[in-house]
Design a protein around this ligand. Sequence first.
Ligand SMILES: Cc1cc2nc3c(=O)[nH]c(=O)nc-3n(C[C@H](O)[C@H](O)[C@H](O)COP(=O)(O)OP(=O)(O)OC[C@H]3O[C@@H](n4cnc5c(N)ncnc54)[C@H](O)[C@@H]3O)c2cc1C
Length: 402
Amino acid sequence: MRRVVILGGGTAGTLLANSLDHARFDVTVLSRSSEHLFQPALLYVALAHADPRIVRDERRLLSRRVKLVQEQVERVDLLARRVHARGAFHDYDALVVATGARADPSQIPGLSEVAARFGNYHSGVAPAQKLWAALDAFRGGTIAVGQASPICVCPPSPLEGVLLIDRLLRRRGLRDRSRLVFFTPHPRAYPAEAIDEIVAPLLKARGIELRTFFDVDRVDPKSWAIGSIEGERIDCDLPVIVPPFAGAEIAYEPASVLDDDRFVHADRNSLRIPGVLGAFAVGDAADLPTSKAGAGAHLQAMVVAEQLAGREATFDGRTHCAVDLADGTGTFVVSSYASPAVRYPPSRLKHLMKMLMGRVYWLSLSGRFEPLFDRYFHWTAPERLGASALRHAEKAAARSGS
Ligand SMILES: Cc1cc2nc3c(=O)[nH]c(=O)nc-3n(C[C@H](O)[C@H](O)[C@H](O)COP(=O)(O)OP(=O)(O)OC[C@H]3O[C@@H](n4cnc5c(N)ncnc54)[C@H](O)[C@@H]3O)c2cc1C
């Protein structure tokens, strides 16, 4: 039997492990944690005091025929096809790197102090609860929300953060005593134009100040003032900062497979690690030119499953990120390498879908519902949605006589 070793038991690693033919492959998942966290729910733990029980036992999510080894991987020799974990090594015929991305506040002076004092919603349940405690205690002043670097796991999450905080302050009658600032390194509120057209007016209507081209350089750990590379400054009482991200602290041989942020190079279509045999990188761990998000991790895992089964499959760069607009409606960022994000009108149904994502997520990891996901992703392909949006716009223009 061919030995497949998967590094990381998160979204991509778990789905892939369950989707392989266990009669043909001897599948081992190496993961440093025995727990599996549903990361999107961190947003609501931190900003809406949601139930923090968003973690499940990884063993129970994996097929009984998959071996789970709880170990921290330290070194991978891609030439000798050997993985070194703490205290043991594992040889493989095929390797899949799915170790995700880790929030790394240490990259920016003062950000570790921000994380220690106020927490954040990208590092786990405890930091998310810490942020909720800070928001719960807030009685007025300035809250600055934004991302510290252009690489962000779930790109809409900083925007969702500021919109949910605005909603919280309104519900508590604190909005007229508070200033809300949203900062971003991008030239507009959301990098994709079609999504910006939806969210920029929302920020304006809700009185949220927008600071673009703001690349965080440092945070003053005494005053919490946020400074930018461009020399600007935001004074605030409560900084809610999405930290920079980096790949796992694993040494690779050859080291050239890593980029400067420790993400693993992968061919954007085949997901193979260039220059070595039998190795792939998927999900947030890979340096692909697409968003780091769960839907991409899901689709990439299935592309690798197909390839390992000997069938042709390529990844088309597809994104499908749900966005909570904090007014009972939502939208999705839907794009691919070939198609920029389409304008997908906000609706209550899309918000409901985001709310149901938690339940669907745990079921999706089994791989048993792939035919349904296939259809869903097919019917919501950006080319299809783009054409339908165009037809709607033309009909509306015809009705209004323009
Ligand atoms: C606040 C927030 C909101 C989000 N919202 C959405 C959303 O609405 N929609 C969406 O699609 N996505 C969303 N995401 C993103 C989504 O959760 C991730 O993109 C997805 O989980 C990535 O999957 P992955 O398998 O690549 O990595 P992960 O799921 O992070 O798994 C990585 C695994 O690798 C293991 N690991 C790491 N280092 C090592 C090591 N050295 N040795 C062994 N094991 C290791 C970890 O323990 C973990 O099991 C959100 C994320 C956050 C933080």
